[in-house]
Design a protein around this ligand. Structure first.
Ligand code: G1P
Length: 297
């Protein structure tokens, strides 16, 4: 029987320099999309997929993340006293069971592969998920849940994948497709951040992974790759030669690159418009603003 995926790694050690000065004192994963920090979206997606243990790979200056997931008894008591049940429920939804989250430190920024490797002692011989909180995915069925279901059929290593324009492939890990079965593709190669014109396809890796323990063994030995960093993509690519069990999964949903300012703004608009309590006011504002801009042109 295939083992269930119950552990997920959240690499959250990045400096978030693209959002300076905001990230001078606030971890980027705490930045707010509507009314929830980015990390909450990632945690909710993981929970929906059946994840029970959450491993955060952090770095200096990220203590606000640990505090965020702690219970807030005084705040809860005060909301209860004032009868603010909705807010109380929203707050309680962020509570994590004691011991469900583990934190490990990445002492040096040596790349995504290295960050994932830092969690090696917290995993046993079982498949595990990796979620990059910068990639926020709006979907009817959360992306990782879609993947866990597909992975139950394929086993092996699975990465979320999405077609991107040819002039954007150099920002991603890119798949070399062996067989395209529609939603699932089998993969015969993977390249991290290929130079312009060198990408094997325009099917890019997005920040959701289900990986075998072999990936950790590969990360033990791997040398730095693109940008001088230890790349997760390279450790997964090694499995193609070793086990031929790497798959791309074209998820259903809309992905926002919240690691970039434009992507974060787009996500703010989309998630704002998706909210029943904000839609009317917000869409009226956007429509007015656009017509005022068009009239001024
Ligand atoms: C990371 C991965 C890359 C992947 C991307 C998705 O890159 O290394 O393979 O395509 O996430 O967002 P980063 O965006 O951290 O440079």
């Amino acid at each position: 029987m295939k083992k269930k995926v119950t552990k997920a790694i959240f690499p959250v050690a990045g400096l978030g320099t693209r959002f300076l000065p905001a990230t001078k004192s606030v971890p980027k994963e705490i930045m707010t999309l509507v009314d929830r920090p980015l990390i909450q979206y990632a945690i909710d997606e993981a929970r929906a997929a059946g994840i029970k243990e959450f491993i955060f790979v952090t770095s200096r200056g990220k203590s606000a993340l640990e505090d965020y997931f702690d219970h807030a008894p005084e705040l809860e008591a005060s909301l209860r006293k004032k009868g603010k049940t909705e807010l109380l429920e929203a707050l309680k939804a962020t509570n994590m069971e004691s011991g469900a989250i583990a934190y490990v430190r990445q002492n040096r920024a040596l790349g995504l592969g290295h960050a994932v490797w830092c969690a090696r002692r917290l995993l046993s011989n079982e498949p595990f998920a990796v979620i990059l909180p910068d990639d926020v995915i709006a979907a009817e069925k959360p992306c990782l849940q879609q993947m866990v279901e597909a992975h139950a059929e394929t086993g092996g290593n699975m990465v979320a994948a999405m077609e991107v324009p040819a002039d954007k492939t150099s920002a991603y890990g890119v798949l070399d497709i062996k067989e395209d079965m529609g939603t699932v593709v089998s993969v015969k190669g993977m390249v991290e951040k290929p130079a312009a014109g060198q990408a094997p396809s325009n099917l890019a890796v997005i920040g959701r992974y289900i990986l075998t323990p072999d990936i950790m063994s590969n990360l033990n030995k791997i040398k730095s790759g693109a940008n001088g960093e230890v790349q997760l993509t390279d450790a997964i690519a090694q499995e193609i030669a070793a086990s031929d069990n790497v798959y791309g999964y074209r998820f259903k949903g809309e992905r926002y690159d919240c690691g970039s300012k434009a992507g974060f703004l787009q996500a703010t608009v989309a998630f704002g418009l998706a909210r029943d309590d904000l839609r009317a006011e917000f869409s009226a504002y956007l429509a007015d603003m656009m017509s005022a801009r068009n009239a001024a042109q």
